[in-house]
Design a protein around this ligand. Structure first.
Ligand code: NAD
Length: 297
């Protein structure tokens, strides 16, 4: 079997298009412009790239983009004061603090100081709890993007066996929760899991979020399974250049899978699209307006 490629780049463009249409309607009918504030502390090069592209795409869908770039030595008190100011700013509907933060800042404290209604990353402890109990919440962007692709490909996920490899708070755990909420039978595998290939072989859906280049090999994949590769790993090629690969060995897995996401061009573009979708959702909720269909969990 040769897998169907799930084109995250094209699907993300579709999602951004829907967001842009909805944003235009909000402006026309309610004179509302959703605002997203991104806070970056320090000068981590990868974070700077992410923040730039988030800002660009926010403006492209017609939202207001605000960037706060703070010095690497910014105190916790000053950062919390900025978040408080953004929490109280009615023109801001989404607040994202780019992680990782410099070591002297308490990440949990900072994230939990964001108004949960504006927590478009979905990392606030209230949103984690709401998701865990199947209530309306802000859902972390990367797992939301994976869920959207899976629903788009399969329709209903009910009764499917899903294996999520990785148990991080930002990908693995919320991904498992979302699949459970969609009535999958979910296994979370991690670094201590015994016989990982055997566990993965039971899966109709495999989500790999590990951070180990090309770890999942084709002979772990059940014939016809859907493989979602969250990993982003930069490796050196034989020619001494570098390239991006996922956590999945694409060539061998594509031979057995029914469908697979590539890296790059799979989950990555969906993450920012879902950030914009979450900012739109947060705006609609703040004003008691109907939420956009198909853009939330
Ligand atoms: P993390 O390091 O926080 O978690 C990795 C998880 O993998 C851990 O739970 C660990 O138990 C598990 N693990 C490690 N070694 C393992 C092994 N040998 N077998 C089984 N499980 C193992 O990473 P994360 O933040 O969840 O990110 C995972 C990957 O996803 C990274 O490559 C990251 O760059 C990527 N990522 C991509 C996006 C995106 O937008 N596409 C977003 C977030 C993260």
């Amino acid at each position: 079997m040769t897998a169907q490629v799930i084109d995250g780049k094209a699907f993300a463009a579709e999602v951004r298009g829907k967001v842009a249409e909805h944003v235009a309607r909000l402006k026309d009918e309610h004179d509302l412009v959703p605002g997203l504030a991104v806070v970056l502390v320090g000068e981590d090069p990868a974070s700077q790239v992410y923040v730039r592209s988030k800002g660009k795409m926010t403006t492209e869908v017609g939202m207001k983009s605000v960037e706060h770039k703070l010095d690497v030595n910014t105190s916790e008190k000053d950062l919390l004061a900025l978040i408080d100011q953004l929490n109280n700013d009615d023109s801001i509907n989404g607040i994202l603090v780019q992680l990782p933060l410099p070591k002297h800042l308490d990440e949990d404290l900072v994230i939990n100081s964001i108004d949960p209604a504006k927590d478009v990353d979905g990392f606030h402890i209230s949103n984690v709890g709401l998701l865990g109990t199947g209530q309306k919440s802000m859902v972390p962007c990367t797992p939301l993007g994976c869920l959207m692709m899976l629903r788009h490909h399969h329709g209903s996920l009910s009764g499917m066996n899903a294996v999520v490899i990785g148990r991080s708070n930002i990908v693995g755990k919320p991904m498992a929760q979302l699949l459970l909420n969609d009535s999958c039978t979910v296994t979370i595998a991690h670094s201590r899991t015994k016989d990982l290939p055997d566990v993965v072989r039971r899966a109709d859906i495999v989500v790999a979020a590990v951070g180990r280049p090309e770890m999942v090999s084709g002979d772990w994949i059940k014939e016809g399974a859907t493989v979602i590769d969250v990993g982003i790993n930069r490796i050196e090629t034989d020619e001494g250049k570098t390239k991006l690969v996922g956590d999945v060995d694409y060539a061998s897995c594509a031979e057995r899978a029914g469908a697979i996401t590539p890296v790059p061009g799979g989950v990555g573009p969906m993450t920012i699209a879902c950030l914009l979708a979450n900012t739109l959702t947060s705006t609609c909720r703040a004003h008691g307006l109907e939420e956009p269909e198909g853009l939330t969990a």
